[in-house]
Design a protein around this ligand. Structure first.
Ligand code: UDP
Length: 430
């Protein structure tokens, strides 16, 4: 059975000071056509990773604009999450030897989650883990009502064909789909109601809201980080695609020239990510006896406020991913006025304008060189940081993403929708 997730309320009106003029009114105008609609989001976890992060804001905002919005997560066994993480990795390009029992584990667990199903007007199913739900409901003759949309957060460009072949028949069932970038869309995905809409950050969440110097200092003191020495950081699940070992190598190259440098690596242990501990251990071993590398997790009490403080305290933020659907952390850092050195992969180039809001890099050497360059030039750091914040304001705030969902629902029910703003068009907003 699906489990309902509780969320704290949010008011759209409070976002007025973060966004451009007219944005709030435009959302309300389209939302008026959907008043009272029952909306459901389904994903795999209530904590850890970008999807959970977004839904904690998106769900209460949908409620605030007059929708009856719920969020439910799959109930799953360890075996199930091992299979779905293998699926995630294979969809990002790792070869995986699929056994028939893997598919059975995946589908059977979804079947158990259909127990007690209740209809909604719009159902948004996030990522591959719960994708089979619609097929199963139909296969059981339960004919669920409403419009069903599959929201893919993953870069499928190099997906293992076998993994996509497993997923594809389930995706074909949906009335529409939402993708972060056009090039992620795979063969066989129906063109009807296909929308490009990158994710976005919540400027008022504890993770992104303004934080006082005193609070930042208190967090740094608690974890033994020296604010008077240079700080670089990466905040990411401990996962091979986030390349935490590469970050340590790049830090070491810079540290040879700048011995006072400190590195903060923060990683959460997501409920649906069984690889977390294994990668945490690899990171700690690689860090070794260097006390200027701080490896921290939610298990050490690093929550949203601490992440906020670490990002604010950083001179340069790193996101050295080798595969990245979007990378919310990039927008989070840019919103805090930080230049970001990020891998030239997936959704990162959508956010980092190379040489303007940070740098796009392909290797450890390049990452180290660009980080060093920025650490030496405070003026350039500030210039890029300011541009990054405005780029996020225009393109990657949750209000734009909320509007994308509202437009999608209007389209699905044949309601006329307003034109996207120029900034919305620039990032997709089809
Ligand atoms: N995050 C966090 N603590 C951590 C690691 C990650 O709060 O230790 C958050 C991070 O701030 C971001 C989200 O988890 O909001 C990760 O989203 P992203 O799109 O960057 O990557 P994903 O985990 O979805 O691949």
């Amino acid at each position: 059975m699906l489990t309902t997730v509780g969320v704290a309320p949010r008011e759209l009106e409070r976002y007025r000071s973060s966004v451009r003029e007219g944005v709030i009114e435009a959302i309300r105008e389209d939302a008026a056509k959907l008043q009272g609609a029952r909306v459901l989001h389904i994903n795999a976890t209530a904590y850890g990773g970008g999807v959970a992060e977004i839904l904690h804001s998106m769900v209460p905002l949908m409620r605030d604009i007059g929708l009856q919005c719920d969020w439910k997560v799959l109930t799953g066994s360890d075996e199930f999450f091992n299979v779905t993480k293998a699926m995630h990795n294979a969809l990002q390009g790792t070869d995986h030897p699929w056994k028939p029992s893997d598919r059975e584990t995946w589908v059977n667990q979804n079947r158990l989650n259909t127990e007690g199903w209740q209809d909604y007007d719009y159902v948004f199913v996030h990522d591959p883990q719960p994708a089979p739900l619609l097929y199963i409901l139909r296969d059981h003759g339960m004919n669920p009502g409403g419009h069903w949309v599959w929201r893919c957060h993953i870069d499928l460009t190099n997906a293992q064909q076998q993994a996509w072949d497993l997923l594809r028949p389930f995706v074909e069932e949906y009335d529409g789909s939402i993708w972060t970038m056009r090039q992620y869309v795979r063969e066989g995905v129906p063109e009807r109601h296909l929308k490009i809409a990158p994710p976005a950050i919540d400027p008022l969440s504890h993770k992104n809201d303004a934080i006082s110097d005193l609070q930042i200092q208190a967090v740094l003191d608690r974890y033994g980080v020296d604010r008077h020495r240079p700080i670089i950081s990466q905040v990411s699940r401990f996962d091979p695609w986030k390349d935490p070992l590469g970050v340590i190598e790049a830090y070491r190259v810079v540290k040879r020239e700048l011995p006072e440098l400190q590195l903060i690596l923060v990683g959460s242990m997501a409920h649906d990510d069984p690889e977390g501990w294994e990668w945490y251990e690899k990171v700690v071993r690689r860090a070794g006896e260097d006390w200027d590398i701080h490896v921290l997790t939610n298990m050490n009490g690093v929550g949203n406020i601490e992440v906020n403080a670490f990002q604010y305290a950083s001179d340069v933020v790193i996101q050295k991913s080798t595969r990245e659907g979007f990378g919310l952390v990039v927008a989070e850092a840019m919103w805090k006025g930080k230049p970001v050195v990020g891998g030239k992969v997936g959704g990162i180039p959508l956010q980092i304008i190379d040489g303007e809001t940070g740098y796009l890099v392909d290797s450890i050497e390049e990452c180290a060189a660009r980080t060093m360059e920025l650490l030496r030039d405070g003026q350039e750091r500030r210039r890029m940081g300011e541009q990054g914040r405005e780029h996020v304001r225009d393109n990657f705030l949750i209000t734009r993403y909320l509007h994308d969902y509202v437009r999608m629902m209007c389209e699905l029910s044949g309601e006329p929708v307003s034109e996207p703003t120029l900034a919305e068009e620039a990032v997709g907003g089809e």
